[in-house]
Design a protein around this ligand. Sequence first.
Ligand SMILES: [Zn+2]
Ligand SMILES: [Zn+2]
Length: 282
Amino acid sequence: MNTDANKDNLIKKCDLHIHSAFSDSDATIEEIFKTAKEKGVCAVAITDHDTVDGLIEARKASNTYGVELVEGIELSSQKDDMEIHVLGYFLDSQNPELKKELSDIYILRKERLIKMIDKLKILGLRLDSEEIFEKTKNAIPTRLHLALYLIKKGYAKSIGQAFEKYLSPGKPGYIARFKYSVEEAIKLIKNYGGLAFLAHPNVIPDQSWIEEFAAMGIDGLEVIYPRFSNAKILMYKNMADKLGILKSGGSDAHGSYRDFTKIGDVTIPYEWLEAMKKKKGI
Ligand SMILES: [Zn+2]
Ligand SMILES: [Zn+2]
C-alpha cells in the first residue's frame, strides 16, 4: 500500500556523506546545516575522517535548522596497500572508549604526515612539519592539509596537482599506514553500536572484495556517489540487494576543497535511511 508517508520517504532527500572543518573540509558545521536547509535536504550525516569531534556542535545545528542529523564517521582502514574507507552511522559517538581509540588514530595520523614530509624532504623539498600542525589545529591531520601546505610553499599550484605529484598512492610522498584492517574497522563501528558501510566502492581494485567485506559483516554499500553513472548506481544497487545489505550515498562534500561536489547535489531517498534505522532498531 502506498501511503502518504511512503511517498514522502521517496521524495525526501538525504545526504549521508559530508565532511566538515573537523577533518579535511573548510565548511563549518553551521555552514553545512545552513546549506542543507537551503537545498531542501532533510537529513545529513557528518562523516569526518577518523573523528567524531564535530558531532556535539552538529546536534545543536540540527536543532537550529530543523535538519535531521545522522551521527557518523569515515574510518580509514587498510587492505594490502590500499586505503579502504568504512563509513559508520549511528555509532555511540560520545563513548569515552571510542574517543580513546580515535585519539590513538590522531597520533598515528600525525606521525604519518611527519613521515610523508620526511620523504618529501629527501626529495629536496624544504618543508617543516611544525608549520603544518599550526594549521591543522583541532582538525584531524590529513593529506589535504599537507596538500595545502605544499601549495603555500610553492610546490604545487592546486590541491589536485599536489596529490597528483606527491600525495596519491604510488607517488613519492605517499605512505599507507592505518591502524585498522577493514575487518577491524567494521568491528569497531559495530562494537560502538554503529552500522558499517563500504564508502565509494568504485575505488577498490578488485570488486570481489565487496563480497569479502559483506562476509566480514558490513551492513551496507555506498551506491550513490558523485560522478557515478546511472549504470554504475544500478550495478551497486543490485549488488547490495543480492548481498542482502543496505544502501547509502551522499555528496562526499569537502567545502571548497572539492569543487565538483556540493552538499545536496548527490542524495538518497529517505526510505533508505528508514531501512538503516529499522536495522539499528530506532
Ligand atoms: Zn572516503
Ligand atoms: Zn568522505
